[in-house]
Design a protein around this ligand. Structure first.
Ligand SMILES: C=CC1=C(C)c2cc3[nH]c(cc4nc(cc5[nH]c(cc1n2)c(C)c5CCC(=O)O)C(CCC(=O)O)=C4C)c(C)c3C=C
Ligand SMILES: [Fe+2]
Ligand SMILES: [Fe+2]
Length: 340
Protein backbone atom coordinates (compact mmCIF):
# COMPACT_ATOMS: atom_id res chain seq x y z
CA UNK A 1 0.00 0.00 0.00
CA UNK A 2 1.33 3.47 -0.90
CA UNK A 3 2.26 5.87 1.88
CA UNK A 4 1.95 8.69 -0.64
CA UNK A 5 -1.14 10.50 -1.87
CA UNK A 6 -1.08 13.13 -4.61
CA UNK A 7 -2.82 16.50 -4.46
CA UNK A 8 -3.03 18.40 -7.74
CA UNK A 9 -3.58 22.07 -6.97
CA UNK A 10 -4.77 24.85 -9.23
CA UNK A 11 -6.29 28.29 -8.80
CA UNK A 12 -10.04 27.71 -8.90
CA UNK A 13 -13.13 29.14 -10.57
CA UNK A 14 -16.49 30.48 -9.45
CA UNK A 15 -19.19 27.89 -8.74
CA UNK A 16 -21.34 29.21 -11.60
CA UNK A 17 -21.54 32.20 -13.90
CA UNK A 18 -24.09 33.89 -11.63
CA UNK A 19 -22.86 37.35 -10.60
CA UNK A 20 -23.24 36.47 -6.88
CA UNK A 21 -21.04 33.35 -7.27
CA UNK A 22 -18.44 35.29 -9.23
CA UNK A 23 -18.44 38.02 -6.55
CA UNK A 24 -17.92 35.42 -3.77
CA UNK A 25 -15.04 33.84 -5.70
CA UNK A 26 -13.37 37.16 -6.53
CA UNK A 27 -13.71 38.29 -2.92
CA UNK A 28 -11.97 35.14 -1.61
CA UNK A 29 -9.29 35.40 -4.32
CA UNK A 30 -8.51 39.11 -4.08
CA UNK A 31 -8.68 39.26 -0.27
CA UNK A 32 -5.78 36.79 -0.19
CA UNK A 33 -2.82 38.92 1.04
CA UNK A 34 -0.54 37.03 -1.36
CA UNK A 35 -2.65 38.32 -4.28
CA UNK A 36 -3.53 41.88 -3.26
CA UNK A 37 -0.57 42.50 -0.96
CA UNK A 38 -1.82 45.50 0.97
CA UNK A 39 -2.52 45.83 4.70
CA UNK A 40 -6.02 44.57 5.55
CA UNK A 41 -7.89 47.95 5.66
CA UNK A 42 -6.44 49.10 2.32
CA UNK A 43 -6.99 45.65 0.79
CA UNK A 44 -10.60 45.54 1.99
CA UNK A 45 -11.25 49.03 0.57
CA UNK A 46 -9.61 48.30 -2.79
CA UNK A 47 -11.26 44.90 -3.20
CA UNK A 48 -14.68 46.36 -2.26
CA UNK A 49 -14.20 48.96 -4.97
CA UNK A 50 -13.22 46.28 -7.51
CA UNK A 51 -16.26 44.24 -6.49
CA UNK A 52 -18.60 47.09 -7.45
CA UNK A 53 -18.13 46.41 -11.16
CA UNK A 54 -15.83 43.43 -11.76
CA UNK A 55 -18.21 40.57 -10.85
CA UNK A 56 -20.71 41.57 -13.55
CA UNK A 57 -18.04 41.92 -16.24
CA UNK A 58 -16.27 38.70 -15.16
CA UNK A 59 -19.59 36.78 -14.99
CA UNK A 60 -20.25 37.82 -18.59
CA UNK A 61 -16.76 36.70 -19.62
CA UNK A 62 -17.10 33.37 -17.77
CA UNK A 63 -20.52 32.79 -19.39
CA UNK A 64 -18.92 33.14 -22.82
CA UNK A 65 -16.44 30.28 -22.21
CA UNK A 66 -18.35 28.07 -19.71
CA UNK A 67 -18.81 24.43 -20.69
CA UNK A 68 -21.88 22.26 -20.18
CA UNK A 69 -20.17 20.48 -17.28
CA UNK A 70 -18.70 23.61 -15.68
CA UNK A 71 -15.67 25.88 -15.67
CA UNK A 72 -13.09 24.77 -18.27
CA UNK A 73 -10.31 25.01 -15.67
CA UNK A 74 -12.14 22.69 -13.30
CA UNK A 75 -13.37 20.26 -15.97
CA UNK A 76 -9.88 19.93 -17.49
CA UNK A 77 -8.25 19.59 -14.06
CA UNK A 78 -10.68 16.75 -13.22
CA UNK A 79 -9.79 15.00 -16.47
CA UNK A 80 -6.09 15.24 -15.58
CA UNK A 81 -6.80 13.91 -12.08
CA UNK A 82 -8.72 10.94 -13.50
CA UNK A 83 -6.10 10.18 -16.16
CA UNK A 84 -3.36 10.35 -13.54
CA UNK A 85 -5.30 8.13 -11.16
CA UNK A 86 -5.48 5.46 -13.87
CA UNK A 87 -1.68 5.40 -14.10
CA UNK A 88 -0.88 5.37 -10.38
CA UNK A 89 -1.41 2.98 -7.51
CA UNK A 90 -1.70 5.85 -5.03
CA UNK A 91 -4.72 8.10 -4.42
CA UNK A 92 -4.92 11.31 -6.45
CA UNK A 93 -7.12 14.23 -5.39
CA UNK A 94 -7.75 17.64 -6.91
CA UNK A 95 -7.89 20.92 -5.00
CA UNK A 96 -8.39 24.56 -5.85
CA UNK A 97 -6.91 27.45 -3.86
CA UNK A 98 -10.19 29.38 -4.19
CA UNK A 99 -13.67 27.86 -4.32
CA UNK A 100 -14.16 24.09 -4.46
CA UNK A 101 -12.89 21.42 -4.23
CA UNK A 102 -10.84 23.27 -1.60
CA UNK A 103 -7.35 22.43 -0.36
CA UNK A 104 -9.02 21.53 2.94
CA UNK A 105 -11.34 19.01 1.25
CA UNK A 106 -8.45 17.51 -0.74
CA UNK A 107 -6.16 17.09 2.25
CA UNK A 108 -8.91 15.67 4.46
CA UNK A 109 -9.84 13.16 1.73
CA UNK A 110 -6.22 11.98 1.42
CA UNK A 111 -5.62 11.90 5.18
CA UNK A 112 -8.71 9.70 5.57
CA UNK A 113 -7.20 7.03 3.29
CA UNK A 114 -5.58 4.18 5.24
CA UNK A 115 -1.78 4.30 5.31
CA UNK A 116 -1.28 7.75 3.76
CA UNK A 117 1.61 9.48 5.55
CA UNK A 118 2.77 11.91 2.87
CA UNK A 119 1.00 14.23 0.47
CA UNK A 120 2.86 15.04 -2.73
CA UNK A 121 1.58 18.57 -3.22
CA UNK A 122 1.69 19.46 -6.92
CA UNK A 123 0.81 23.10 -7.70
CA UNK A 124 -0.01 23.24 -11.39
CA UNK A 125 2.12 26.32 -12.09
CA UNK A 126 5.30 26.12 -14.16
CA UNK A 127 6.68 29.42 -12.80
CA UNK A 128 7.00 30.48 -9.18
CA UNK A 129 4.81 33.26 -7.76
CA UNK A 130 3.83 33.98 -4.19
CA UNK A 131 0.29 34.67 -5.48
CA UNK A 132 0.00 31.08 -6.75
CA UNK A 133 2.41 28.56 -5.19
CA UNK A 134 3.28 30.20 -1.85
CA UNK A 135 -0.34 30.94 -0.99
CA UNK A 136 -1.38 27.35 -1.80
CA UNK A 137 1.37 25.87 0.38
CA UNK A 138 0.49 28.30 3.16
CA UNK A 139 -3.15 27.23 3.00
CA UNK A 140 -2.17 23.54 3.11
CA UNK A 141 0.01 24.14 6.17
CA UNK A 142 -2.88 25.97 7.84
CA UNK A 143 -5.26 23.06 7.19
CA UNK A 144 -2.78 20.45 8.46
CA UNK A 145 -2.27 22.44 11.66
CA UNK A 146 -5.96 23.21 12.18
CA UNK A 147 -7.00 19.56 11.82
CA UNK A 148 -3.88 18.10 13.47
CA UNK A 149 -3.35 15.87 10.40
CA UNK A 150 -0.61 13.27 10.69
CA UNK A 151 0.78 13.82 7.16
CA UNK A 152 3.96 15.34 5.73
CA UNK A 153 3.64 17.87 2.93
CA UNK A 154 6.13 17.27 0.10
CA UNK A 155 5.88 20.24 -2.27
CA UNK A 156 6.82 19.92 -5.95
CA UNK A 157 8.23 23.38 -6.75
CA UNK A 158 7.79 25.42 -9.94
CA UNK A 159 8.75 23.10 -12.81
CA UNK A 160 9.67 25.68 -15.49
CA UNK A 161 13.10 24.09 -16.05
CA UNK A 162 12.24 20.39 -16.03
CA UNK A 163 13.16 18.93 -19.42
CA UNK A 164 10.22 16.48 -19.54
CA UNK A 165 7.72 19.32 -18.97
CA UNK A 166 9.43 21.48 -21.61
CA UNK A 167 9.47 18.59 -24.09
CA UNK A 168 5.75 17.93 -23.57
CA UNK A 169 4.96 21.63 -24.03
CA UNK A 170 7.09 22.02 -27.16
CA UNK A 171 5.69 18.79 -28.65
CA UNK A 172 2.11 19.98 -28.02
CA UNK A 173 2.86 23.19 -29.94
CA UNK A 174 4.59 21.66 -32.98
CA UNK A 175 1.41 20.78 -34.98
CA UNK A 176 0.27 24.42 -34.77
CA UNK A 177 3.60 25.76 -35.99
CA UNK A 178 3.57 23.23 -38.83
CA UNK A 179 0.45 24.89 -40.23
CA UNK A 180 2.41 28.09 -40.93
CA UNK A 181 2.64 31.34 -38.98
CA UNK A 182 4.32 34.73 -39.03
CA UNK A 183 4.98 35.02 -35.32
CA UNK A 184 4.58 33.06 -32.06
CA UNK A 185 3.62 35.17 -29.04
CA UNK A 186 4.18 33.57 -25.63
CA UNK A 187 1.66 35.34 -23.40
CA UNK A 188 2.18 34.71 -19.68
CA UNK A 189 -0.07 35.79 -16.82
CA UNK A 190 1.17 39.16 -15.58
CA UNK A 191 2.26 40.14 -12.08
CA UNK A 192 2.57 43.52 -10.34
CA UNK A 193 6.24 44.59 -10.40
CA UNK A 194 6.04 44.95 -6.61
CA UNK A 195 5.43 41.18 -6.26
CA UNK A 196 8.63 40.49 -8.20
CA UNK A 197 10.71 42.82 -6.03
CA UNK A 198 9.22 41.36 -2.83
CA UNK A 199 10.17 37.82 -3.90
CA UNK A 200 13.80 38.85 -4.60
CA UNK A 201 15.93 37.41 -1.75
CA UNK A 202 18.90 39.61 -2.75
CA UNK A 203 16.74 42.73 -2.48
CA UNK A 204 18.66 44.30 -5.36
CA UNK A 205 18.47 42.21 -8.55
CA UNK A 206 14.93 41.99 -9.90
CA UNK A 207 14.00 44.84 -12.27
CA UNK A 208 17.19 46.73 -11.41
CA UNK A 209 18.05 46.50 -15.12
CA UNK A 210 16.15 45.66 -18.28
CA UNK A 211 18.08 42.42 -18.81
CA UNK A 212 18.11 41.23 -15.16
CA UNK A 213 16.40 37.95 -16.09
CA UNK A 214 19.18 37.10 -18.58
CA UNK A 215 21.95 37.63 -15.97
CA UNK A 216 22.66 34.86 -13.46
CA UNK A 217 21.44 35.65 -9.95
CA UNK A 218 20.36 33.94 -6.75
CA UNK A 219 17.16 35.96 -7.18
CA UNK A 220 16.09 33.65 -10.00
CA UNK A 221 15.19 30.84 -7.62
CA UNK A 222 11.90 32.65 -7.01
CA UNK A 223 11.72 35.14 -9.91
CA UNK A 224 8.54 34.68 -11.92
CA UNK A 225 9.87 36.77 -14.82
CA UNK A 226 13.17 34.84 -14.97
CA UNK A 227 11.19 31.59 -15.03
CA UNK A 228 9.06 32.92 -17.93
CA UNK A 229 12.23 34.01 -19.79
CA UNK A 230 13.72 30.55 -19.29
CA UNK A 231 10.62 28.82 -20.72
CA UNK A 232 10.59 31.24 -23.68
CA UNK A 233 14.25 30.62 -24.47
CA UNK A 234 13.76 26.84 -24.19
CA UNK A 235 10.69 26.86 -26.44
CA UNK A 236 12.45 28.99 -29.05
CA UNK A 237 15.42 26.58 -29.04
CA UNK A 238 13.34 23.39 -29.05
CA UNK A 239 11.05 24.70 -31.82
CA UNK A 240 14.03 26.09 -33.76
CA UNK A 241 12.65 29.61 -33.96
CA UNK A 242 14.68 32.65 -35.01
CA UNK A 243 14.59 35.58 -32.52
CA UNK A 244 12.21 37.61 -34.71
CA UNK A 245 9.74 34.70 -34.93
CA UNK A 246 8.95 34.56 -31.22
CA UNK A 247 8.41 37.01 -28.36
CA UNK A 248 7.14 37.13 -24.81
CA UNK A 249 4.47 39.33 -23.19
CA UNK A 250 2.30 39.48 -20.04
CA UNK A 251 -1.51 39.53 -19.90
CA UNK A 252 -4.36 39.86 -17.36
CA UNK A 253 -3.42 43.15 -15.68
CA UNK A 254 -5.74 44.31 -12.89
CA UNK A 255 -5.76 47.69 -11.13
CA UNK A 256 -3.50 50.70 -11.51
CA UNK A 257 -0.16 49.33 -10.33
CA UNK A 258 2.66 48.84 -12.78
CA UNK A 259 2.76 45.18 -13.89
CA UNK A 260 5.65 43.49 -15.62
CA UNK A 261 6.04 44.43 -19.28
CA UNK A 262 5.58 44.18 -22.20
CA UNK A 263 1.80 43.98 -21.96
CA UNK A 264 0.16 41.48 -24.30
CA UNK A 265 -2.43 43.97 -25.53
CA UNK A 266 0.34 46.38 -26.64
CA UNK A 267 2.32 43.58 -28.24
CA UNK A 268 -0.74 42.48 -30.27
CA UNK A 269 -1.04 45.97 -31.78
CA UNK A 270 2.72 46.18 -32.43
CA UNK A 271 2.77 42.83 -34.21
CA UNK A 272 -0.20 43.77 -36.40
CA UNK A 273 1.51 47.08 -37.21
CA UNK A 274 4.69 45.19 -38.18
CA UNK A 275 2.68 43.28 -40.78
CA UNK A 276 2.17 40.00 -38.92
CA UNK A 277 -0.88 38.36 -40.49
CA UNK A 278 -1.03 34.91 -38.93
CA UNK A 279 -0.27 35.06 -35.22
CA UNK A 280 0.04 32.04 -32.94
CA UNK A 281 -0.41 32.64 -29.22
CA UNK A 282 0.53 30.15 -26.50
CA UNK A 283 0.04 30.76 -22.78
CA UNK A 284 2.78 28.87 -20.90
CA UNK A 285 1.88 30.17 -17.41
CA UNK A 286 -1.13 27.87 -17.49
CA UNK A 287 -1.22 24.11 -17.85
CA UNK A 288 -5.01 24.08 -18.26
CA UNK A 289 -7.14 26.33 -20.42
CA UNK A 290 -9.19 28.83 -18.43
CA UNK A 291 -10.84 32.20 -18.72
CA UNK A 292 -7.44 33.86 -19.17
CA UNK A 293 -6.61 31.81 -22.27
CA UNK A 294 -10.03 31.13 -23.81
CA UNK A 295 -11.67 34.52 -23.29
CA UNK A 296 -8.81 37.00 -22.93
CA UNK A 297 -6.69 35.59 -25.76
CA UNK A 298 -9.02 33.33 -27.77
CA UNK A 299 -11.80 35.94 -27.97
CA UNK A 300 -10.66 39.44 -27.00
CA UNK A 301 -7.06 39.42 -28.24
CA UNK A 302 -8.22 37.76 -31.46
CA UNK A 303 -10.73 40.59 -32.08
CA UNK A 304 -8.10 43.19 -31.22
CA UNK A 305 -5.56 41.65 -33.61
CA UNK A 306 -8.01 41.53 -36.52
CA UNK A 307 -9.18 45.10 -35.83
CA UNK A 308 -5.50 46.18 -35.92
CA UNK A 309 -4.97 44.65 -39.38
CA UNK A 310 -4.00 41.05 -38.58
CA UNK A 311 -5.75 38.20 -40.39
CA UNK A 312 -5.80 35.28 -37.97
CA UNK A 313 -4.91 34.71 -34.32
CA UNK A 314 -4.68 31.05 -33.37
CA UNK A 315 -4.70 30.16 -29.67
CA UNK A 316 -2.54 27.10 -29.00
CA UNK A 317 -4.27 25.04 -26.29
CA UNK A 318 -2.57 24.50 -22.95
CA UNK A 319 -1.23 21.04 -22.10
CA UNK A 320 -4.60 20.12 -20.57
CA UNK A 321 -4.96 16.31 -20.44
CA UNK A 322 -2.37 15.63 -23.15
CA UNK A 323 -1.20 12.01 -22.52
CA UNK A 324 2.49 13.01 -22.69
CA UNK A 325 1.90 15.61 -19.95
CA UNK A 326 -0.12 13.18 -17.80
CA UNK A 327 2.77 10.72 -18.09
CA UNK A 328 5.19 13.42 -16.92
CA UNK A 329 3.00 14.06 -13.87
CA UNK A 330 2.81 10.31 -13.20
CA UNK A 331 6.64 10.05 -13.39
CA UNK A 332 6.98 12.89 -10.87
CA UNK A 333 4.42 11.26 -8.57
CA UNK A 334 6.35 7.96 -8.65
CA UNK A 335 9.90 9.31 -8.62
CA UNK A 336 9.92 12.36 -6.35
CA UNK A 337 11.98 11.24 -3.34
CA UNK A 338 10.07 10.76 -0.11
CA UNK A 339 10.70 13.64 2.25
CA UNK A 340 12.57 12.75 5.42
C1 LIG B 1 -3.86 41.09 -8.30
C2 LIG B 1 -4.49 40.26 -9.08
C3 LIG B 1 -3.97 39.00 -9.64
C4 LIG B 1 -2.71 38.39 -9.56
C5 LIG B 1 -1.47 38.88 -8.84
C6 LIG B 1 -2.80 37.15 -10.27
C7 LIG B 1 -1.73 36.23 -10.44
C8 LIG B 1 -1.84 35.01 -11.12
N1 LIG B 1 -3.00 34.36 -11.55
C9 LIG B 1 -2.66 33.20 -12.20
C10 LIG B 1 -3.53 32.27 -12.78
C11 LIG B 1 -4.89 32.49 -13.01
N2 LIG B 1 -5.58 33.65 -12.79
C12 LIG B 1 -6.89 33.49 -13.17
C13 LIG B 1 -7.90 34.41 -13.09
C14 LIG B 1 -7.81 35.66 -12.48
N3 LIG B 1 -6.66 36.29 -12.04
C15 LIG B 1 -7.00 37.49 -11.44
C16 LIG B 1 -6.14 38.39 -10.78
C17 LIG B 1 -4.80 38.13 -10.44
N4 LIG B 1 -4.06 37.02 -10.77
C18 LIG B 1 -8.43 37.64 -11.53
C19 LIG B 1 -9.23 38.80 -11.00
C20 LIG B 1 -8.92 36.49 -12.18
C21 LIG B 1 -10.39 36.11 -12.39
C22 LIG B 1 -10.92 36.33 -13.72
C23 LIG B 1 -11.21 37.76 -13.96
O1 LIG B 1 -12.06 38.34 -13.30
O2 LIG B 1 -10.50 38.32 -14.82
C24 LIG B 1 -7.04 32.14 -13.67
C25 LIG B 1 -8.29 31.52 -14.31
C26 LIG B 1 -9.43 31.14 -13.38
C27 LIG B 1 -10.58 30.51 -14.12
O3 LIG B 1 -11.61 30.27 -13.49
O4 LIG B 1 -10.53 30.22 -15.32
C28 LIG B 1 -5.81 31.51 -13.56
C29 LIG B 1 -5.47 30.09 -13.91
C30 LIG B 1 -1.24 33.11 -12.19
C31 LIG B 1 -0.45 31.96 -12.83
C32 LIG B 1 -0.74 34.22 -11.53
C33 LIG B 1 0.65 34.60 -11.22
C34 LIG B 1 1.65 34.47 -11.99
FE1 LIG C 1 -4.75 35.50 -12.11
FE1 LIG D 1 14.90 39.34 -13.52
Amino acid sequence: MSERGVLLVNLGSPKSTQVADVRRYLNQFLMDPYVVDLPWPARRLLVSLILLTRPKASAHAYASIWWEDGSPLLVISRRVQQALQQQLDMPVELAMRYGEPSIEQGLLALAARPGIREVLFMPQYPQHADSTITTSVHEAQRVIKQHGLDIRLNVVPAFYDRPDYLAALADSMRPYLAQGFDHLLLSYHGLPERHLRKADPTGAHCLASGDCCERASAAHATCYRAHCSYVSRELAARLELAPEQCSMAFQSRLGRDKWIEPYTENRIDELAAQGVKRLLVACPAFVADCIETLEEIGDRAREQFVAAGGEELVLIPCLNDDPQWVKVLADWARNTPVQA
